[in-house]
Design a protein around this ligand. Structure first.
Ligand SMILES: [Fe+2]
Length: 144
């Protein structure tokens, strides 16, 4: 498929060894995140955003309800010093997803592309930096 203004590189992201933090719950979450990003690539390139986006919202909500909470419980239990800062990032993410849901109701153009860019950014900025740093701390406290 030719890559145009409203399409993205169709090559799916692959899970890499270097992404691993070696805490199973967190790695599991991050793999699911990458899968959602890959699914969005397909949705964007096949122009099926309106039809398929509710399923994406559902999957993202699942991650928020399960994994964000699990991370936060670990942080609290282990007295992670950057807990509040990290939780603030999670809350901003939740706020942004809520905004995207409103955008969907308002039939905003190129919404899937916006969500895709946001999730990709989140993967690189939050998951590969903040979660990795937090996981190092948790492992020292015996979490695995
Ligand atoms: Fe996190």
């Amino acid at each position: 498929m030719k890559q145009g203004k409203n399409t993205v590189n169709p090559e799916p992201y692959k899970w890499k060894e270097e992404y691993k933090v070696d805490i199973s719950v967190i790695d599991e979450q991050h793999k699911k995140f990458l899968n959602i990003i890959n699914e969005l690539k397909l949705i964007i390139n096949t122009g099926s955003c309106t039809k398929k986006i509710p399923a994406i919202f559902y999957q993202v909500a699942y991650l928020i309800d399960n994994y964000f909470l699990k991370e936060e419980i670990y942080f609290k239990d282990c007295q992670y010093p950057n807990f509040e800062q990290h939780q603030t990032q999670h809350n901003l993410f939740i706020k942004q997803i809520t905004q995207f849901q409103k955008d969907f109701e308002n039939k905003k153009d190129n919404l899937c592309l916006d969500i895709y860019n946001y999730l990709e950014h989140w993967f690189n900025e939050h998951i590969l930096k903040y979660d990795k740093e937090a996981a190092e701390f948790l492992k020292q406290k015996g979490v695995n």
